[in-house]
Design a protein around this ligand. Structure first.
Ligand code: ZN
Length: 202
């Protein structure tokens, strides 16, 4: 299973990090060892600034390459919500030097995935709302209508470079509101009105 992540897919988040608006989707990957195995997230010793990024997920259901965006929906039938944990201080140093982001993005436990739900539960993939609460307060709110590249365009774009396989997961990018986590924080993700995950921070 591979985890393919999209960066800079919401204008408001691009602005909060003062990034340039990309002309193509920004893609990076995480290995399967990035999936958190414990029920809590443990802040790693190499970072002083771990950020949450809540994102809509799609799970690929069959092999696909050079997928046409018009048929992309045939390649996923489950939708989820997850967090792309990011060592922002490590990432800032790597960005400065133009180096790859893996140490900041793909470390052990840097991904959680909430409950998977059938795509059919949602009338329109481009009209799904999601949110993240930290300690009971909403810190991020997303709406798939506001993506620069919509889900089907992302599936198509990614498949031009990487063969998609059953079980692969695409993280579709985070909206504004990313921020630091601290020990004893409690994170809850909501896909529409339904809770998708809950997680403690140690
Ligand atoms: Zn992200």
């Amino acid at each position: 299973m591979k985890i393919i992540c999209i960066g800079r897919n919401y204008t408001d988040h691009i602005e909060e990090l003062a990034n340039e608006k990309p002309t193509d989707p920004v893609i990076f990957m995480k290995p399967d060892t990035a999936l958190l195995r414990e029920k809590d997230f443990y802040i790693p010793g190499f970072s002083e600034d771990i950020h949450y990024e809540v994102e809509l997920l799609v799970k690929i259901n069959k092999v696909g390459k050079h997928i046409n965006a018009r048929f992309a929906q045939k390649y996923y039938d489950e939708i989820g919500l997850g967090i792309d944990f990011t060592a922002r201080d490590v990432q800032a140093k790597l960005k400065e030097k133009g180096l790859p982001w893996e140490k900041a993005k793909a470390f052990d436990g840097s991904v959680i995935m909430g409950e998977w739900r059938p795509k059919d539960e949602f009338a329109d993939i481009n009209d799904i709302r999601f949110s993240l609460k930290k300690n009971g307060e909403v810190v991020q709110q997303g709406h798939t209508a506001l993506m620069l590249w919509k889900v089907d365009e992302l599936v198509a774009y990614v498949s031009r470079y990487f063969t998609l396989k059953k079980g692969d997961v695409i993280f579709t990018g985070t909206p504004a509101g990313v921020g630091k986590i601290n020990p004893n924080d409690y994170l809850e993700g909501f896909l529409e009105d339904k809770k998708s995950f809950a997680l403690g921070v140690k």
